[in-house]
Write a protein that binds this ligand. Structure first.
Ligand code: ZN
Length: 595
């Protein structure tokens, strides 16, 4: 067996000794020392007053970037240790240690940002003109602009301190409410109590009866906790609105758009295109209902499987399918995939569920974590994570600040890699039934981005509007949610999910407001790139690399203009990006005609 097909990763080459690694302990001690020195360096740095003095800040910026890379290296190492062996308490402890180093560094960064805001315009321009800082001019400008728009540093510091037990506290209270959820479930004559996570998985059951029964109980369970959830949601939204008000920000979308480096015009154009092409997806939902023997689908049926894809892929087969398809798109990407001992895919007990890709910027290495059991969806996951790995690989030599990209472009390379492979899987399907199942799986993904995520966005938008004039009751939250779902699904469903605002964790993530539209953006942006790639053929490979390298260095509008010649603020780009998914639905409707 070639070493590239070895299904366990090698972490010892990074730090030998696992969670007992002495080298890693020494590394963390060094990192703590570096943060201390950075703090002293900020104490001692006077605000430059002349252009000539500006250069004195270059080493401060470089020190800050060096710490960022080390923190990422440490964070990746502890994440990998904790994932490969869930019971490893020492790994958990190390993870906590890294998080507290991040927090120490964050306090120093606030001081660093303040220093930037105190520079006069001429001194600032002189600093940005330093050759070492040229590649990070955009993220530096962004930091300074954002710091200037916030409250004075001591007030921001107070708000942050109060947020720990206030704002973030509400998010944690929600998690407590979720952990109390128990849903009775009868299987083979025995009744068991499911946690929210277990029940969510069972809702995907191929048996309609099971879904129906469970969904009713699911709604009841959330109704029971709804008062607590509504409190949490109202209070954390209230905190956000209050802080925005004090900062003088009137639009709720200002912060989420800035985090994603995109404009409101782009967001509007994207949803505009989605709205324009919803009818055919409503038609798809209608057809799926018919295939399942129903009049109309209800909320829990949207993601129900149509049948089973019988095909299983050995790891070697899956890996070959991926590398072969990558090669057709980009030989450089194919050559990077499945580097020896970078992937941990072995199906064994004790591993964390799910998959991720993480990189070690100092070692120039990447590690992928997943459990490969041979399903088509495992092959997709592997392709997805390999896409992330490639994105990181092409950015490895950039300065730390230029490597940091936002959520909406973070999934570009991964989604694209997945699209390449899922397209090939549909094409190569052994029979009609298998083809239909794989095709439907692709369509389900677009329905999630165009309809489910859209519903979340519509709900959050109208909720914030009402929250401005006071607390929003449980009954009203339900109404707002059902209205949003009806609009997003174009009324195609026979039953909705009023308590979705309670059951969906994403509404309670305090670190990132509006944790929804970046998903749809990412999906459509990759689809637009994929379309451009197919049109350009082999010539696209280097353009693709250039685009990925720029993901941390400019707003998305500029990224698209520079590398795709596209204008994201116009609907044309988004409509073009939707085309492949529309073709999928047309094909599905044709294949299932008269069935
Ligand atoms: Zn991903």
């Amino acid at each position: 067996m070639p070493d590239s097909l070895n299904q366990t990763w090698d972490l010892d080459v990074i730090f030998p000794g696992g969670s007992r690694s002495q080298a890693f302990t020494a590394f963390l001690a060094g990192l703590a020392g570096d943060i201390g020195e950075f703090a002293r360096c900020l104490d001692e740095t006077a605000v430059p007053q002349t252009e000539g003095e500006a250069a004195a800040l270059v080493p401060v910026v470089e020190r800050m970037q060096a710490i960022t890379l080390k923190l990422r290296e440490a964070d990746s190492f502890t994440a990998c240790l904790a994932a490969e062996h869930q019971a490893d308490k020492e790994a958990v402890r190390l993870g906590g240690r890294v998080r507290s180093l991040y927090a120490d560094f964050a306090s120093q960064l606030t001081r660093f940002d303040e220093l930037l805001t105190r520079l006069g315009p001429a001194v600032w321009s002189a600093l940005l003109a330093a050759p070492e800082l040229q590649p990070i001019a955009y993220p530096l400008q962004e930091r300074r602009a954002l710091a200037k728009e916030k409250l004075p540093p001591e007030q921001e510091a107070l708000a942050n301190a109060l947020a720990v037990d206030g704002y973030h506290g509400w998010g944690e209270l929600y998690n407590t409410a979720v952990s109390r959820i128990r849903i009775p479930f009868e299987e083979e004559g025995r009744i068991s109590e499911l946690s929210a996570g277990q029940a969510a998985n069972k809702l995907l059951s191929p048996e309609r009866g099971v879904r129906e029964r469970l969904f009713r109980q699911w709604e009841e369970a959330w109704a029971d906790q709804a008062d607590f959830c509504a409190d949490a949601l109202n209070r954390l939204a209230g905190f956000r609105l209050q802080l925005y008000k004090h900062r003088g920000w009137d639009a709720v979308l200002k912060e989420p758009l800035e985090i994603n480096r995109m404009s409101g015009a782009t967001l509007e154009a994207m949803w505009g295109a989605v709205e324009k092409h919803k009818d055919i997806f409503a038609e798809y939902l209608q057809r799926k209902a018919k295939l399942l023997g129903m009049d109309r689908l209800r909320w829990a049926d949207v993601e129900a499987p149509l049948g089973r894809a019988s095909k299983e892929y050995s790891y070697e087969e899956g890996a070959r399918l991926i590398v072969d398809q990558f090669r057709r798109f980009s030989p450089k990407m194919a050559a990077m995939a499945l580097r020896s001992r970078w992937v941990e895919a072995e199906d064994r007990a004790g591993k964390r569920p799910g998959g991720f890709c993480t990189s070690f910027p100092l070692s120039g290495a990447t590690r992928i974590f997943m459990t490969y059991a041979g399903s088509a969806s495992n092959v997709s996951t592997l392709a997805h994570e390999l896409g992330h790995a490639y994105h990181q690989h092409v950015m490895n030599d950039l300065p730390a600040m230029a490597q940091e990209y936002a959520m909406n472009v973070a999934e570009t390379a991964s989604t694209l890699a997945e699209m390449i492979v899922s397209d090939a899987a549909v094409e190569q399907a052994g029979n009609e039934q298998e083809r239909l199942v794989l095709l439907e799986d692709k369509i389900q993904r677009s329905v999630a981005f165009y309809m489910n995520i859209h519903a979340r966005f519509l709900f959050e938008t109208s909720f914030y509007e009402e929250r401005k004039s006071g607390l929003v009751s449980v009954e009203r939250l339900n109404e707002l949610m059902v209205d949003a779902q009806k609009r997003a699904f174009r009324g195609a469903l026979g039953g909705y999910h009023p308590y979705f605002w309670a059951s969906k964790l994403h509404f309670y993530i305090t670190e990132v407001p509006f944790y929804n539209f970046p998903y749809t953006f990412g999906y459509l942006f990759s689809s637009g790139i994929y379309a451009a790639a197919r049109a350009a053929g082999a010539a696209f490979e280097d353009r693709y690399i250039a685009l990925l390298r720029d993901t941390g260095s400019m707003p998305v509008e500029q990224l698209a203009r520079k590398h795709l010649g596209a204008d994201l603020t116009r609907m044309e780009f988004w409509e073009e990006a939707m085309k492949p998914s529309l073709e999928d639905v047309r094909l599905f409707l044709k294949l299932t005609e008269g069935r």
